[in-house]
Design a protein around this ligand. Structure first.
Ligand code: CP
Ligand code: NVA
Length: 316
């Protein structure tokens, strides 16, 4: 598998390729072990080894979040540490303090920083100025933490990730971009079914191609679904997007409904990073159905991110 890269000796996680395939495999293995070791425990109980005793994660939210916020906070508690949350409405970030100065200050208070922001380059700027690892908790370009949870979920369901076939439907957005990056370093296949004008990021596609992973972009949803192991979608209108009516009209034929799942077959698992827009990108029957892994995916954000934080801090 591919080797990751570090910046200034720090293990930032702005993309899956920052870590590389070997580290991602180690994170996913550790996540399975840690999840099993605490099965049935109260959710706030600290893991026996308390690997991050006394450690602090600072989290910056410039966009809304439910899962990312709760799963990172709980991850730090379960590892024996704690989290501090800043948002633009109540911190100096919202009044224009620079990303660089914010990074320098938070690096004095915290052992790692997670940022959810709009423009990807802000996360890069934060990492460049920080003296602690920086984690991408979603940008307009990518959402690598989500893919850690999704890969963990497939391993739980199917026993393995390599060689699996994923089909993405609707908007070629940030989650789709991270799915493509994941496929390119973890040896699985992805087809993207989307309308013209809603393709994944061209830079991400080119980088995947340079790693030997070509990603078919198709306009026929039913053809993309046939024989897929994973059917995955996300909102048609991500945070920061406007013109939701036009987007919905363009993507209507890429909705994941019962007919699409039937075409995929009984073996197919349905995934969605959530929040879902029921009746738009996915029907109630699919997300609530027997093939849906959406709730496991949400829980697995916690387990995958615990191991990610350990990797960032050089403890894995
Ligand atoms: N999937 C995800 O990142 O959810 P939140 O926006 O609630 O964090
Ligand atoms: N693509 C969505 C993901 C939310 C978790 C967004 O960026 O809003």
């Amino acid at each position: 598998m591919s080797e990751g890269s570090t910046s200034g000796g720090l293990r930032h996680f702005l993309s899956l390729t920052d870590a590389g395939g070997d580290a991602i495999a180690a994170i996913l293995n550790d996540a399975q072990d840690r999840k099993k070791a605490r099965a049935g425990w109260p959710k706030g109980k600290v893991d026996v080894d308390r690997p991050l005793d006394g450690h602090v994660l600072a989290m910056i939210f410039e966009k809304n979040s439910t899962r990312t916020r709760v799963s990172f906070d709980l991850a730090m508690r379960q590892l024996g540490g704690s989290a501090i949350i800043l948002d633009s409405g109540s911190s100096q970030i919202g009044r224009g303090e620079s990303v660089g100065d914010t990074a320098r200050v938070l690096s004095r208070f915290a052992d790692a920083i997670m940022i959810r922001t709009d423009i990807h380059s802000k996360a890069e700027e934060l990492a460049a100025a920080a003296s602690v690892p920086v984690i991408n908790g979603l940008t307009d370009l990518s959402h690598p933490c989500q893919l850690l949870a999704d890969m963990l979920t497939l391993i739980e369901r199917k026993g393995k990730l390599a060689g699996s076939k994923w089909a993405w439907f609707g908007d070629g957005n940030n989650v789709c971009n991270s799915l493509i990056e994941a496929a390119s370093i973890m040896y699985f296949d992805v087809t993207v079914a989307c309308p013209e004008g809603f393709e994944p990021d061209i830079g991400i596609l080119k980088a995947a191609a340079a790693r030997g992973k070509s990603v078919p972009i198709v306009r026929d949803a039913a053809a993309a679904a046939a024989g897929a192991d994973v059917i995955v979608t996300d909102t048609w209108t991500s945070m920061g997007h406007s013109d939701s009516d036009n987007r919905a009209a363009a993507m209507a034929s890429f909705m994941v409904d019962e007919a699409l799942m039937t075409g995929a077959g009984d073996q197919a698992v349905f995934m969605h990073c959530l929040p879902a827009h029921r009746g738009e990108e996915v029907s109630d029957a699919v997300i609530d159905g027997a093939q849906s892994a959406a709730w496991d995916e949400a829980e697995n954000r916690l387990h995958a991110q615990k191991s990610l934080i350990l990797w960032c801090l050089g403890k894995l």
